[in-house]
Design a protein around this ligand. Structure first.
Ligand code: GN1
Ligand code: MG
Length: 380
């Protein structure tokens, strides 16, 4: 896409100021993100995103969820008399029709209203979907996690769940059954049957390890069916880089709200520790360097238990160590499925990338497993 086309898209939104430049931003695996700089010093800069509508197929629902959540959080902050509300919760800018997303026809915008009104699935898939939010300036993201920042993140993600407990507006699942382990396993088994990329022969050890733990890892779904585990509004992508800090290192704002939806609280607790307590990045091939960082786990757990004390049930609390094991296992299943399918979901940088990610997550899972009992004593 040319710069001119990007600027044309920006103009569909009711932003203030005039566009000086549009530059790529961030390194998410799913959406494409740009920073929109405005010329005027006293106007906001903005974040422009192309929503990956092959993954978030219901963009209307996606933006409905995000608006409901950000409006609710903004209301809480305003009621509490907080001054810098636009620094603490994302603010999405509407287009001239009042929607917080813009559907761009494939030719860049001039296509007829007829094209869109035909409304066929094919036409919809050929369009691109865009949204804009205010860019929160002067923030830091944390590259190197410490026990202190881990504790702060535990408090903040727990607080996020707590604030959304009384959200009246019903939210949908932007990716249905996103963290449903039974579904993820059946997708893997389907990928094994299809062997679309001819890679099955390379992964027998990985499959064996996954299958050995498969039943146990579906515990959350069983608890839910027994009525013992509720779904609550969760963030579902609780990576440390989805949290903005101010210059003094205090948590400012939680970002990347695409997967905010009803889920088990395990999602937020377990997925954070999947990345933060792994001493290596999720795609490091250096398996022998992978360690479970107890200090990060302990600090995060303290923060999380503090801010969720008002609502966490004994069943949820007791199974937190299960969640620490579940998420690397689920992520291994998802990476391996994508590897077998021929890399259709995650962005990759080289052909074996998803296999390397799978092996990393499985090794980390084993490191976590070795600490499960000790974790349970701490949580008690
Ligand atoms: C994707 O794009 P990113 O990095 O925020 C994925 C997460 C995975 C993660 C693995 C919608 O998140 O669930 O845990 O990659 N998001 C979606 O790195 O599938
Ligand atoms: Mg994300």
């Amino acid at each position: 896409m040319t710069n001119e086309q990007l600027i044309d898209i920006v103009r569909k939104f009711r932003i203030e100021g005039s566009v000086a430049a549009v530059e790529p931003l961030g390194k998410g695996l799913i959406n494409d993100t740009f920073l929109v700089k405005t010329q005027e010093a006293d106007k906001w800069d903005y974040v422009l995103q192309r929503i990956n509508h092959h993954i978030f197929t219901d963009v209307e629902l996606l933006q409905h969820n995000i608006e409901a959540v950000t409006n609710h959080l903004r209301h809480i902050l305003q009621t509490a008399g907080i001054a810098d509300v636009n620094q603490r919760v994302l603010r999405f800018i509407p287009t001239s029709t009042g929607k917080t997303y813009y559907v761009c026809p494939p030719d860049g915008g001039t296509a007829s209203a007829k094209f869109l009104s035909e409304n066929s699935e094919k036409n919809k898939a050929d369009c691109s979907y865009w949204r804009i939010s205010i860019y929160i300036a002067d923030t830091l993201t944390i590259e190197e996690i410490t026990p202190q920042s881990s504790y702060d993140c535990g408090k903040a993600f727990g607080h996020f769940q707590e604030q959304l407990i009384d959200l009246k507006e019903p939210l949908g699942e932007t990716i249905p059954d996103f963290h449903n382990m039974e579904l993820r396993l059946s997708q893997l088994r389907q990928a094994v049957t299809n062997d679309a990329a001819g890679r099955l022969k390379e992964v027998s050890k990985e499959l064996e390890l996954i299958e050995a733990h498969a039943d146990e890892m579906c515990l959350a779904e069983r608890l839910h069916r027994q009525g013992l585990l509720p779904k609550r509004i969760c963030h579902c992508d609780t990576k440390v880089n989805n949290m903005l800090f101010d210059r003094n290192g205090n948590v400012l704002c939680i970002i990347d709200l695409d997967t905010v939806m009803p889920a088990y609280i395990f999602s937020d607790y377990g997925d954070f520790l999947r990345t933060a307590a792994n001493s290596q990045p999720e795609d490091s091939p250096d398996l022998d360097s992978i360690e479970f960082r107890w200090d990060i786990f302990e600090a995060f757990t303290h923060g999380y238990l503090e801010s969720t004390a008002s609502f966490l049930t004994p069943v949820e609390r007791k199974h937190l160590p299960f969640a620490v094991a579940l998420f690397p296992m689920m992520q291994a299943v998802r990476f391996l499925t994508d590897y077998l399918n021929g890399d259709t979901y995650y962005k990759i940088q080289y052909p074996e990338h998803n296999l390397v990610r799978t092996r990393n997550q499985l090794r980390y899972f084993q490191e976590v497993e070795a600490c499960r009992e000790r974790m349970s004593s701490l949580v008690k």
